[in-house]
Design a protein around this ligand. Structure first.
Ligand code: URA
Ligand code: CA
Length: 441
């Protein structure tokens, strides 16, 4: 097998064979193919694309490049949810306890913040004592006992993806549909869930900006999962503005607890329940979406979801005091309102800019070694379409010092666009994808 031939073949737009795909994936995982050849191949794939068969073979080869998590010891259908990444997107913390309370096991491997998007692990670590580094045995034991566990990816999960993703990041080859779909799905398949609900974001703050591209990505990922023998569906949901009103780690945990306590509804709860309902259907706990939504709403109203979150926090070493009093979460030293600079309607938000603002405040990392400040971030008081009066609070910033508060406040005032023109609120769920069927919502 010769790497130059593989690159040349893809450069000329021909499909690669399964053998060729396995060869370069193994080479990426083991470090036996040099980065310059992998980089050239990635660019050829970015420019020429891959057909359905190649994409499935690439995904399977990457999934099998490391450990495969064996969830067969868990009763029922272990179900996972994966988001392509958003801002103020805390659906996992709301739906995981609710879905578990409805009897579907949730064995979840989550990620850390990346670029402008937040990560579930970073959010959970804002709960004092919470540990995300359980061994695989402890992870499985907890899912069996409690029905839910949330941990980081084990070290040797899809090592080929780790190597290829690092190269894509620095060679302008992230934005390739087959490469994104195979990257995400290889990790999902290796983490062992039998049923997977994908939350594919769309809009300015998402990986794919147009609805058309987002649906195409959703269809590609669903097909890969189904071809691999898993139950997979996708919802395409909006990221034209942050999903929840809270952005920042402890602030997002607070919003999730408020949602599970029935204190707040809104878009975060609606999208969390929409995704959770698909998990109940795939996990065999409800016959259709309507029944699933009813069961989730019941688990929310009865407090069963909140109770499950409390037990999850205790099981993973965290202090559950925050469940009853969110003031026990880390609090920022400086809290100040951001007055609206003008009167009008919120027309648009720069979601990426808002995510970067939270990151710059200390809620995310610029380099891997940065230490996150769990207390910082901001709360938006307005959504797209809302009427705003000049001087009323547009947002509240939670910062570590007055300078950071000032910088963030100025950024938010600039990133939330107010216009005299009235706009309708954003639709939350745009489409549902199941196999070859796409339903617009
Ligand atoms: N997230 C991933 O894990 N992989 C991609 O390629 C893009 C987003
Ligand atoms: Ca991701």
């Amino acid at each position: 097998m010769n790497m130059v031939d593989i690159i040349d073949q893809k450069k000329r737009g021909m499909a690669l064979t399964e053998e060729q795909i396995r060869f370069f994936v193994q080479g990426a995982a083991e470090g036996t193919v040099p980065d310059y050849q992998l980089a050239a191949l990635l660019m050829a794939i970015r420019l020429q694309g891959m057909n359905r068969e190649e994409t499935v073979q690439l995904t399977m080869a990457m999934a099998h490049s490391g450990d495969i998590c064996d969830l067969s010891g868990i009763q029922g259908i272990p179900t996972d949810k994966h988001s392509t990444g958003g801002v103020g997107d805390t659906t996992t913390l709301v739906l995981a306890p609710l879905v578990a309370a409805c009897g579907v096991p949730v064995a979840k491997m989550s990620g850390r913040g990346l670029g402008h998007t937040g990560g579930t692990l970073d959010k959970l670590e804002s709960i004092p004592g919470f540990r995300v580094d359980l061994s695989e045995e402890a992870f499985l034991a907890q899912v069996r006992k409690l029905g839910v566990a949330i941990i980081g990816q084990t070290k040797n999960l899809a090592p080929a993806d780790k190597a290829l993703y690092a190269l894509r990041d620095v060679t302008a080859t992230v934005d390739s549909l087959p490469l994104i779909a195979s990257s995400i799905m290889s990790k999902k398949l290796a983490s062992g869930a039998r049923a997977i609900v994908l939350d594919v974001k769309t809009g300015a703050g998402a990986l794919m900006h147009t609805l058309e591209d987002s649906i195409e990505l959703a269809r590609a990922m669903v097909r890969i999962g189904q071809d691999a023998g898993r139950r997979v569906v996708a919802l395409v949901t909006d990221m034209g503005e942050p999903l929840g009103s809270h952005v920042g780690n402890a602030l997002e945990v607070k919003e999730a607890i408020d949602a599970l306590s029935g204190r707040t509804g809104g878009p975060l709860k609606r999208v969390a329940l929409a995704l959770g309902a698909q998990m109940l259907v795939l996990g065999g706990a409800a016959k259709d979406e309507a029944e699933a939504l009813g069961r989730l709403e019941e688990a929310l109203q009865s407090g069963a979801g909140l109770e499950r979150l409390r037990r999850l926090i205790i099981a993973q070493g965290g202090d559950p005091a925050c469940v009853d009093d969110t003031a026990c979460l880390p609090q920022a030293r400086v809290v100040r309102d951001v007055p609206a600079p003008a009167q009008g309607y919120v027309l648009r938000m720069d979601t990426v800019g808002l995510g970067m603002t939270a990151q710059a405040m200390g809620a995310g990392r610029r380099v891997k070694t940065d230490v996150i400040d769990p207390s910082v971030g901001f709360v938006l008081h307005k959504r797209i379409g809302d009427l705003v009066r000049r001087g009323e609070p547009l947002a509240t910033v939670h910062a570590r010092d007055p300078e950071s508060a000032q910088t963030a406040a100025q950024a938010i005032a600039r990133l939330v666009e107010i216009s005299p023109q009235q706009t309708p609120p954003c639709k939350l769920v745009h489409a549902f994808v199941d196999g070859e069927r796409t339903e617009m919502r």
